[in-house]
Write a protein that binds this ligand. Structure first.
Ligand SMILES: C[S@@+](CC[C@H](N)C(=O)[O-])C[C@H]1O[C@@H](n2cnc3c(N)ncnc32)[C@H](O)[C@@H]1O
Length: 330
């Protein structure tokens, strides 16, 4: 399990909920990008370099494999997000169940299985030059967005950005919005950092940690303009359905993080998961469907680009379902 961010300057992490003024020094790591304050650069120093900043609890870490996934989101392991379990991952899960000293009823079921993955030299370079600045360490206190981004702007959270191409696209198209991307797949973080550098994006930060814990601990109530969950792992086998991210308790937590006019935008290419999503969001009293049934790729703030996993789903002949729900203040 990742530890809280002891060590780094966590000035962007609010303990009071109040907004502290944005500090003003620079750190000079990436001259191509506009300067970011010194507090923030200190805040961001741990992620990506500190071995204590682990991505998962380790017990679910599965070995890299060249085997194809057995699921529709299959691709060779390595440069792809860990999406759904293959045979090796399943045995890793089984081994974990046997070895884990934590009683089963106390273990949290995670929506991902991490693999070693392959980080390319270019992704590694991006991590080395931009990681300190753009990867936010996991901590157990709410983030202060105005300190983190150095301005007041709507904040949109994306869960599971994969290799980050769609994330970079929306961040570039909406420079007046600040984006916080959460992903556990290390090469994906490197890939998005590379795009951040190429497009000189300043309105994007990354947390490399389990989104459930990040949202629980680092996101203040009623603070988000929007939440994007595009093509989450479908975990299509009945015995794996419990790993799906979109479950009532998680959605209820998400709803509580939205501002009064905030939205949640989900998309999937797995029909049965789409139906589950509609049911779960439809039964969340803190949310109201903005469409009759399924919606469209537009969520009122931005239009969802075609994502990598959407392309894959289409190649496999799948449909695509979007859901856009707004916050309903009770
Ligand atoms: C199927 S991929 C979709 C990637 C991207 N959104 C797209 O459409 O191309 C799902 C991603 O969610 C990530 N993921 C799953 N559960 C997560 C969690 N609890 N926290 C952070 N990332 C998670 C996986 O690592 C994977 O990269």
């Amino acid at each position: 399990m990742s530890g809280a961010g002891e060590g780094g300057d966590e000035s962007a992490v609010s303990s009071t909920g109040g907004h502290a003024p944005a500090p003003s020094a620079t750190d000079g790591h990436a001259p191509a990008l506009p300067a970011i304050d010194g507090d923030e650069s200190a805040l961001l120093t741990r992620a990506g370099h500190d071995p204590s900043f682990t991505l998962t609890d380790g017990s679910e870490r599965a070995p890299a494999t060249e085997a194809e996934d057995e699921l529709p989101y299959s691709e060779k392991a390595g440069d792809e997000p860990a999406s759904a379990p293959n045979a090796e991952n399943e045995s890793a899960l089984a081994a974990q169940a046997g070895d884990d000293p934590v009683p089963a009823h106390h273990r949290r079921i995670r929506s991902f299985v991490t693999r070693a993955g392959r980080t390319s030299p270019a992704q590694q370079r991006a991590r080395d030059t931009l990681g300190d600045r753009y990867v936010v360490p996991y901590v157990d206190r709410p983030l202060d967005y105005s300190r983190l981004f150095g301005r007041e702007a709507p904040v949109v959270l994306e869960i599971g950005f994969g290799m980050g191409a769609a994330t970079a696209e929306i961040a570039e198209a909406h420079r007046d919005v600040d984006f916080l991307g959460i992903e556990v797949h290390s090469p994906g973080v490197g890939a998005l950092l590379k795009l951040v550098g190429e497009s000189e994006l300043t309105n994007l930060r990354i947390v490399e940690h389990d989104a459930v814990e990040v949202i629980e601990r680092m996101i203040a109530p009623t603070s988000l303009a929007g939440v994007l969950v595009w093509f989450p792992d479908p975990w299509h086998k009945a015995r794996h359905n419990k790993r799906r991210l979109i479950q009532p308790a998680f959605v209820s937590m998400l709803a509580g993080k939205l501002k009064a006019d905030g939205f949640i935008h989900l998309a999937t290419d797995w029909e049965e998961y789409a139906v589950q999503m509609l049911d779960v969001l439809g039964n969340e009293t803190g949310l109201l469907n903005r469409a009759e049934g399924f919606g469209s790729a537009e969520n009122g703030l931005l239009t969802r680009p075609v994502t990598k996993f959407e392309k894959r789903g289409k190649r496999l002949g799948h449909g695509v379902w979007d859901l856009v729900f707004g916050r309903q203040v009770r």
